[in-house]
Design a binder for this molecule. Structure first.
Ligand code: HGY
Ligand code: MN
Ligand code: MN
Length: 315
């Protein structure tokens, strides 16, 4: 199977492969089979991260196999199948291919990595329009934006939607609606802020909402701007990662490729000695959407660069 066929096989399991779901398990099983076919020894750590290892591996390459509900074929999976392909091209190199668990829910698997490899290389679809705008197939990632995720809860009082006078209501959803607009208005130059999920209780058409939980995702490439954004919005932070500078493992094999920051988070935020390589996104850079796309030609160039970087480091 070639890389595109492998991506199709993973996507055929399920579009939405939630962290630690049966669908993610199935994707890990498929990747484990391909790792064995590439001559790698398969193992899992205590949180279910999947490793395909050869020799005394101090250099890792990989990404994640979980996906968001509206996922395309490439986010995460491209990095894992590219790493397996690269490992197959370097039959004598000591290295490890890794598929981290549950990256989308706030990197659960990579956050638990305790060992420190010499280098971790992650190839990922750009998920944005920059490389296409430059007419470039590949880009070297300089840093990953900081991000904070958390919640704000609004308490109201359940009441009858037909009999309760409007001025006598404690409607949690009306308060939450104002907060959602506030989140949008807090984002300024150099920051983004999103409410992507909301939970309404009791979530019944004819009951005034008694409680609403609003999920917040706030990001910036600048640590100070991120802290100011969190303060401006006002929410309970569940987890936060400051901006993380990336290493130069790809710079050596791609001296002329553009350098760019990643607004998306990645497992590389949490793995020591990380370097990242982006493959151009087409379709305007759309991602977390079925129209997410990289071309087979650009992917082939990305795998060549990943193989060259691994070859340099793993010897
Ligand atoms: O949310 C992100 O940036 C990534 O897709 N997990
Ligand atoms: Mn990803
Ligand atoms: Mn993603």
């Amino acid at each position: 199977m070639n890389i595109v066929e492998r991506l199709d096989a993973i996507y055929a399991i399920a579009q939405h492969r939630a962290g630690y779901s049966a669908a993610e398990d199935a994707a890990h099983e498929l990747a484990a089979r391909w790792m064995r076919e590439a001559g790698l020894g398969v193992s899992r750590d205590e949180v279910g991260n999947l490793f395909g290892t050869r020799g005394d591996a101090c250099v890792w390459a990989g990404s994640h196999l979980d996906s968001v509900p509206t996922a395309g074929r490439f986010d995460g999976a491209l990095g894992v199948v590219a790493a397996i392909e690269a490992a197959g091209r370097l039959p004598d190199a000591p290295l490890a291919v890794v598929a981290f668990r549950a990256e989308e829910t706030g990197p659960m698997g990579s956050r638990r990595i305790t060992s420190v490899p010499d280098a971790y290389l992650e190839l990922h679809i750009e998920q944005g329009p920059v490389l296409a705008g430059l007419g470039e197939p590949l880009g070297v990632v300089t840093a990953i934006a900081g991000q904070a995720r958390g919640f704000r809860v609004f308490e109201g009082r359940a009441d009858h939607a037909g009999t309760t006078p409007m001025d006598a209501r404690a409607d949690a959803l009306v308060e939450a609606a104002a907060f959602i607009l506030h989140v949008r208005d807090c984002a300024r130059e150099g920051t983004v802020a999103t409410v992507g999920a909301i939970e309404v209780e009791p979530n019944a058409t004819n009951v005034v909402p008694q409680r609403v939980t609003v999920a917040v995702d706030a990001r910036s490439a600048d640590a100070k701007l991120l802290d100011a954004l969190i303060d401006d919005i006002g929410f309970e932070v569940q987890w936060k990662s400051d901006p993380v500078a990336m290493g130069d493992a790809f710079a050596a094999v791609l001296p002329d490729a553009p350098r760019l920051m990643s607004g998306a988070g990645h497992d590389a935020m949490f793995v020591p000695n990380s370097s990242m390589l982006f493959v151009r996104s087409l379709n305007g850079g759309i991602s977390h959407h079925p129209d997410e796309l990289s071309s087979a030609e650009d992917i082939a160039l990305g795998v060549d660069a990943l193989t060259a970087a691994l070859d340099r480091l793993a010897r």
